[in-house]
Design a protein. Sequence first.
Length: 328
Amino acid sequence: MTSRPRVLQFGKMPLPQLDAELARDYEVSILSEQADPGRFLVEHGAEFEYLVTSAAMGLPAHVVDALPRLRFVSSFGVGFDALDRASLQRVGARVGYTPGVLDDCVADLAFALLLDAARGLSASDRFVRRGDWSRGRFGIHTRASGKRLGIFGMGRIGSTVARRAAGFDMQVAYHNRRPIEGSPHHYLPSLLELARWADFLVITAAGGEGTRHLVNAQVLDALGPQGFLVNVARGSVVDEAALVQALQQRRIAGAGLDVFEDEPHPHAQLLALDNVVLAPHIASGTHETRRAMADLVLRNLAQFIATGEPVAEVPWSAAQQQAASAAA
Ligand code: 8YV
């Protein structure tokens, strides 16, 4: 009987079955479950060539630096901004991720947040539950159909959002660092111009230093008092303190947010506002999509071990060139 490859799992995965499947196929140690993870790394770090993590958990440099024989990381998620590139490249480890399989569900949630923010759906649910309906009418809100949808980051997810928009008779324009060849949508050369043009600004750009706080007070003011912001990308792309002020002062009409600068801690003042819809980073969180992501995590790892090539590898250099481009 051949022994199963050893795998270091950084923490519990976002789909419990995946924990079981990894433990079935590999000799797994879960770092976060160790009594003393730091000591475990010192004592056993050199034993691992393979590691599994997620976009949300990421992979910090101090862990990679404790794994001198690391060859491959299989990450659950399309974002790779939380994986420490410099240390991974130093140790020569390749990284697999899960692009493509979550585009539909992330775009669906972008639209759910857009419609909710525009129509006040979550606020109306609170209104009914509080018993306010018998005391008065719920306020009127904003039409979404036929409006202008600005997409910041026209990658796979951005273009899936654009397809959804066609069903709502919306006009679509986008901003990326560069125009996408062959895209049927109108390109605007700056985020500020896109925000000025849009009724709804949807963020689907990759996170990381290249896009940090690009949606700032100036961009929010360009979106204006009739405009809505939707973020299904990374909290880091938005200056959250500036967003809170813009929402409080009604300098924008509203927002729908699935991601935050410091998850799981949205800015405290967001919680008090009725013109923002808050979701706990659930865009990929459907049975179907999380299953497809888990399958790709397993396939990336198995194929790398068998052939030395993963199914889908993180495009670090493309990401560097297109820091202000789409989320893969
Ligand atoms: C997370 C995400 O992967 O794919 C991404 O980049 O942000 C999400 O789909 C999910 O929350 C589990 O980490």
